[in-house]
Design a protein around this ligand. Structure first.
Ligand code: ASP
Length: 455
């Protein structure tokens, strides 16, 4: 059995929804269909989820919600009209939204919970509409409710996570139905019955959870690209050949450095259950896409992908004879821990150590406090904070045991006049990481692409 998830751009209008139905009907293995809310129809459009957020804000501010409500309903009405699905579904969507709005909290109530209730309406109503569209095509299809099937979530509103106990019920939830199950992504229910949503983009998480729960043969994630590319096509537009197969580990390493196609945390349930993930394009369904699997055969000496991310801060601490001081690193990292800062990397030399953090989680006040504590508690010779730091990752299972991979990278960067301020390679040898200045980010990616994928 296949679990397939369709993102917002795949369901943005009637034309896209028709493609989705054709894709599902083309393969009887495609039994569970996870849907997002309708996304953008063009660059300047607004996703239904964002329209719902605006609607919720309106209600929370005590403003008139009529036009914000109409804007949401209009998106579904347009699809229903084009596909001749009838007025009943549109009216039921309007009624559903009104019932949700009636639950607006009074002063001091749970605004986060209300926001989740409204956001969830996007996928919930879309799943109902998509079910009708399947039925209209003469297929046996049913909408499955996250509440009845046991998608129990916990944690912060807008950032909820799955209660792992959910798997027991979810794994049995679809056993007795022979048709197509349409399941809304992005949300679930708390033990007290209230709605909770995953982080934005969370329909990927729902699909991944269901694939794991039913032990699917594959989790197909339909989006708007033909495959995962070895480098960001916005930086290297001439990249044409996508990656046909990659491992979970490679995906994880690349998405760490900002590889956009997948959020690595989103696919964790499928990865854990070792379900192969197939990234495919709704607009080009004949393309095989990219398979993401546990293990694959590799060509020695090859790189799978290159990614780079800006937005790091490097705190460099120097202290003569640091290597002889027992507990120096522990004390240093304790300061970061106590200040609530998660550190990303900590490369070290004999008398120096760097702590690299994400700048967005290290605001100026926090930086000042942390540096003051390092100076006071560790008495270093110097502490230098370098902002605008970027990390470049070169990733490939094929790099293991191959001599000269790092040399090729450093030579390419040297030729481009780019200074490397840190080199880090984990014991797995599946990737190495280079620290550079943010200003060199784009040029570094291009230089490395040419070194490993050029003619
Ligand atoms: N509709 C939600 C969002 O826009 C979730 C999703 O599409 O995955 O974030």
């Amino acid at each position: 059995m296949k679990v397939c998830k369709f993102g917002g751009s795949s369901l943005a209008d009637a034309g896209q929804l028709t493609k989705v139905i054709d894709i599902v009907l083309a393969d009887p293995q495609r039994r569970i269909v996870v849907v997002s809310a309708p996304g953008k129809r063009n660059k300047n459009d607004t996703k239904v989820t964002d329209l719902l957020i605006a609607l919720a804000k309106c209600a929370l501010d005590g403003k008139n919600t009529a036009s914000a409500l109409d804007a949401v309903v209009a998106r579904y009405a347009e699809i229903a009209k084009s596909l001749d699905l009838g007025d009943e579904i549109v009216q039921s969507i309007r009624d559903d939204l009104q019932a949700r709005l009636a639950q607006v909290p009074k002063d001091g109530g749970d605004a986060g919970g209300f926001m989740d209730l409204l956001k969830a309406a996007g996928e919930d109503n879309n799943a109902k509409l998509v079910t009708i569209a399947f039925q209209k095509r003469g297929k046996k299809a049913r909408y499955a409710s996250p509440k009845e099937t046991g998608m129990v979530l916990e944690g912060e509103s807008g950032n909820a996570t799955l209660d792992p106990e959910s798997y027991k019920k979810l794994s049995r939830a679809f056993a007795d139905f022979a048709g197509i199950v349409v399941y809304p992504g992005f949300f679930g229910y708390r033990a007290d019955g209230s709605v909770a949503t995953f982080p934005r983009g969370g329909s990927d998480i729902t699909g991944s959870i269901l694939a794991a729960a039913v032990r699917a043969d594959v989790y197909e994630n339909f989006t708007d690209v033909d495959s995962v590319y070895p480098v960001d096509p916005r930086l290297v537009p001439e990249v044409k050949t996508g990656i046909d197969t990659m491992t979970y580990r490679e995906m994880r390493e690349l998405s760490y450095a900002g590889f956009g196609v997948f959020n690595d945390e989103a696919i964790f349930p499928a990865v854990q259950a070792r379900i192969p993930i197939n990234v495919r394009n709704t607009n080009h369904p004949s393309e095989p896409g990219t398979m993401i699997v546990q293990t694959r055969r590799v060509m020695p000496g090859t790189v799978t992908g290159i990614a780079a991310a800006n937005g790091f801060t490097n705190i460099i601490i120097d202290k003569y004879l640091m290597n002889r001081q027992i507990g120096f690193t522990r004390k240093l990292l304790s300061i970061f821990e106590e200040e609530g800062v998660s550190y990303e990397h900590s490369p070290s030399g004999i008398d120096s150590i760097s702590v690299i953090v994400r700048s967005e989680r290290f605001d100026p006040a926090l930086e000042k406090r942390t540096v003051a504590r390092i100076k006071r508690e560790l008495n270093p010779d110097s502490v230098i904070v370098s902002h605008d730091y970027a990390i470049v990752m070169v990733v490939g299972e094929g790099m293991c045991y191959s001599a000269g991979m790092l040399a090729r990278a450093t030579t390419a960067l040297a030729r481009a006049g780019i200074n490397i301020s840190m080199v880090n390679q984990g014991a797995s040898e599946v990737s190495f990481m280079l620290g550079i200045r943010s200003a060199d980010h784009d040029r570094a990616v291009r230089a490395l692409y040419e070194a490993f994928f050029g003619e």
